[in-house]
Design a protein around this ligand. Sequence first.
Ligand code: FAD
Length: 379
Amino acid sequence: MIDFSLTDDQLQMMEAVDRYLSHRLPPSEVLRRDATHTPPYDLLPELGDLGILGIPFNPEHGGLGENWMTLALVQERMARHAYFAASIVSRVVAFGGMSLMTYGSEEQRAKYLPELIGGRALFALALSEPQAGSDATGITTRAERVDGGWHIIGRKTWISDADRATHLVLPARTEKGATGSRGVSVFLVPRHSAGINMTTLNKVGNHCMPSYDVGLDDVFVSDDAMLGTEGDGFKHILSTLHFSRSSMAAAATGCAQSVVEMALAHAKERIQFGKPLFANQVIRHRLADMQMRVDQSRLSVYHLAWMLSEGMDCKRQAAQAKIIATETLQFVTDHGMQILASAGYSMDSPMQRIWRDARLYSYGEGSNEIQRELVSREL
Ligand SMILES: Cc1cc2nc3c(=O)[nH]c(=O)nc-3n(C[C@H](O)[C@H](O)[C@H](O)COP(=O)(O)OP(=O)(O)OC[C@H]3O[C@@H](n4cnc5c(N)ncnc54)[C@H](O)[C@@H]3O)c2cc1C
């Protein structure tokens, strides 16, 4: 029999998240941060103290040694308050911790994992380049061997958190003449290395997750900055993407649930033609469709989290969960805007913020077209 019950520890962590974020990120503060483009970096040490950044990591590195289901539940819960709070956890855990755990050396883990888990370090994944978005194998940033290390030359774009990160997890071509997925290695580049310059990109939404164009002009890194094996960079990056997709899907599901609740409350309160909007079947059915989609999304997230916890191969399920959850979030925000109408269009409404933010997720972290390609390959 399949058991959907949660453990006492999981329930307690979800309650702790609610207590913390109700106090730290009430709706007015979420709106303020969005309007003033204020990222949640100040929350990182607190999330570290709460143990959230260390959920899936071993106690020997300062983690809680919990499973991926616990992380999914916590991120889903966090995103009910603010998607950006859940997503920064995702970037610390997936881009940071899981890169180290999956292909970092024991020395690198010992050096950086406790810092990440404690909220004192932040890694940014610097993969995309102007000519290499969906086709990441088209990267041209190169690393050339020099005495004691490497010189990195090139340009990355749309890199989240890059300016505030302590390090960039940066794939570059190390084999001259190699193309496609061959001859790429991953470097852990300290943010303040000489030769790095950054410009902030303006965007429609996700204002609490700043994005940067990153120039790399002969940036020197020492030999021990290489993460993983020389030439296996693409294999390494691909091996961690299902962790970030799992986190993204959990966050999108929690955020979608908050949208349904917001739309339901409005439909019950708003009186038109002498009765609440909810009295109209067309509105009730719209809300029913929204909740059904969120429930389906949640099931795909939990299934994936269970597979990750069991160490199973879950390439297809990770791509599926990412598609289902991000498209559910877009579906419910679109319908949520319709139900709230002018009340949702106001810049004081959380609905417009989530609607703008959600537009990104069907192409961020691997577009849904590419995810469908991955699903079809696994059929
Ligand atoms: C706000 C934001 C934050 C980001 N953060 C990061 C980050 O931290 N680190 C990082 O490395 N990158 C980051 N990115 C980059 C992101 O991963 C890319 O935007 C994404 O991979 C898509 O690439 P693209 O935008 O260049 O679109 P393109 O690759 O130009 O694709 C355009 C459209 O064509 C479709 N398409 C492309 N190829 C095919 C195909 N073969 N078959 C069918 N359809 C196809 C795509 O799905 C998409 O709909 C971020 C982007 C944004 C906007």
